[in-house]
Design a protein around this ligand. Structure first.
Ligand code: PHE
Length: 350
C-alpha cells in the first residue's frame, strides 16, 4: 500500500514538474530525474525483490505503466518543443528581401576591346576569318619571312624586346601573315584578320606605349589588285568614322609590301575644313597597307606570278583616340576606373 502511495506521489510530482518545462534542455533534465538510473522509479523497482510473487507482478505492472506514461509524455513534449525552437530560429534568421542589396560593381568593355570587336565583326561579315598568333615570336616570322633580313635598316624602326637571339616579343601582327601563308599548303584563297598585342621598346609618352595592339589584314588570291585594297579600306573607313568619309592613299614604305601606302581618312570632325584633330590638313592617317611583296609570297610558298595579295595593319589605340577624343595613349593602360567607365553606356552597378 505504501508503495502504491509512492507511485502516486511520483506521478503527481511528474505532472506538476512537466508543466514548468519550457525548453529541450529542461526536458532532458526532467527525463533524467524521472527515468534515469538514479530516479525514484528505479529505486522502487529495486524494492520488488522484497515482495511476494503475486504482489510483485501487480507492482511491476504499475511501475511499467508509469514508465511508459512518462516516456510518452516526454516524447510528446519533445516534439512540441522542437517545433517551437525551430520556429523561433526561423523567425530570428528571417531574410528581409526588401532590404537594399549590396552593390556589386561589374566591369565594362575596355575601349580598345570595343574597337577591336567592332572592326573584327565588320571583317567577319565580309567573309574574313579571324586568326591569332603568338605574342612571343621568332625572328624568322617577325622579320625574315617579311622581307626584313638580319641587318636590314628597317629593323631599327621597330625597336624590339629580344628574349634570346632568336625569340622576341612580336613588334607587329604581320608575322601572322607569314604563318597563315606557310600553313596553307594547298594555297587556297586567304582572307584573314588578326587582332592582338604587340610590343616595342618605346619610351612611353602621350602617343607611344611599349605595349599596344594592332589589327592585321591579309588577302591572297589570284587577281587581287590595288583596287580591291582601296574598296576594302573605303568600307572600313566609312564604317568606323562615318558614311561621308573619303580615303586618300599616300605612297609609303614597308619592307613586306610593294607598293606600300599610308591611308588617310577625311577628317570626321571638320569635314576637311581643317581643325585641331587633323592638324589643319583635313586628313587623318589611319593605317599602313600595300600589295604583298613578291619576295614574301615566294618565301611563304606562293608563286608570285600566279598569286597576288594585299595587306594592311591598323592601330586600335589610334582609332579609339580619334573616335573618342582621347589625347593620351597611357589612359588605356593605367586602369583608372573613371576613365574606363565613360565608354560603357550600360549601368555598371547591379
Ligand atoms: N606592320 C606594319 C607596322 O607595324 C603595318 C603594316 C601591316 C603595313 C601590313 C603594311 C601591311 O607598321
Amino acid at each position: 500500500m505504501e508503495k502504491q502511495e509512492k507511485i502516486r506521489n511520483i506521478s503527481e510530482k511528474f505532472y506538476s514538474d512537466i508543466k514548468n518545462v519550457g525548453s529541450l534542455n529542461e526536458l532532458n533534465e526532467l527525463r533524467i530525474l524521472y527515468l534515469g538510473k538514479k530516479s525514484e522509479l528505479q529505486n522502487l523497482g529495486s524494492l520488488m525483490r522484497e515482495l511476494e510473487p503475486e504482489q510483485r507482478k501487480e507492482f511491476g505492472k504499475s511501475l511499467n505503466e508509469l514508465r511508459l506514461n512518462f516516456e510518452s509524455q516526454i516524447e510528446e513534449l519533445r516534439n512540441k518543443l522542437e517545433i517551437e525552437e525551430l520556429n523561433k530560429k526561423l523567425d530570428k534568421e528571417k531574410i528581409d528581401v526588401t532590404l537594399p542589396a549590396t552593390k556589386i560593381s561589374i566591369g565594362g568593355v575596355h575601349p580598345i576591346t570595343k574597337v577591336i570587336d567592332e572592326i573584327s565583326e565588320l571583317f567577319i561579315s565580309m567573309g574574313y576569318d579571324l586568326v591569332e598568333g603568338p605574342e612571343i615570336e621568332s625572328d624568322l616570322y617577325n622579320f625574315e619571312l617579311l622581307n626584313l633580313p638580319k641587318g636590314h635598316p628597317a629593323r631599327d624602326t621597330q625597336d624590339s624586346f629580344y628574349i634570346t637571339e632568336e625569340m622576341l616579343l612580336r613588334t607587329q601582327t604581320s608575322p601572322v601573315q607569314a604563318r597563315t601563308m606557310l600553313e596553307n599548303e594547298e594555297k587556297t584563297p586567304i582572307r584573314i584578320i588578326c587582332p592582338g598585342k604587340t610590343y616595342r621598346k618605346d619610351d612611353d609618352d602621350a602617343t607611344h606605349s611599349h605595349q599596344f595592339t594592332q589589327i592585321e589584314g591579309l588577302v591572297v588570291d589570284e587577281d587581287i589588285s590595288m583596287a580591291d585594297l582601296k574598296g576594302t579600306l573605303e568600307i572600313i573607313a566609312k564604317k568606323i568614322f562615318g558614311s561621308n568619309r573619303e580615303v586618300r592613299f599616300r605612297p609609303s614604305y614597308f619592307p613586306f609590301t610593294e607598293p606600300s601606302i599610308e591611308v588617310d581618312v577625311s577628317c570626321f570632325k571638320c569635314g576637311k575644313e581643317g581643325c585641331s584633330i587633323c592638324k589643319n590638313t583635313g586628313w587623318i592617317e589611319i593605317l599602313g597597307a600595300g600589295m604583298v611583296h613578291p619576295n614574301v609570297l615566294e618565301m611563304c610558298g606562293y608563286d608570285s606570278n600566279k598569286y597576288t595579295g594585299f595587306a594592311f595593319g591598323m592601330g586600335p589605340e589610334r582609332i579609339a583616340m580619334l573616335k573618342y577624343g582621347i589625347n593620351d595613349i597611357r589612359n588605356f593602360y593605367t586602369n583608372d576606373i573613371r576613365f574606363l567607365k565613360q565608354f560603357d553606356r550600360t549601368e555598371g552597378d547591379l
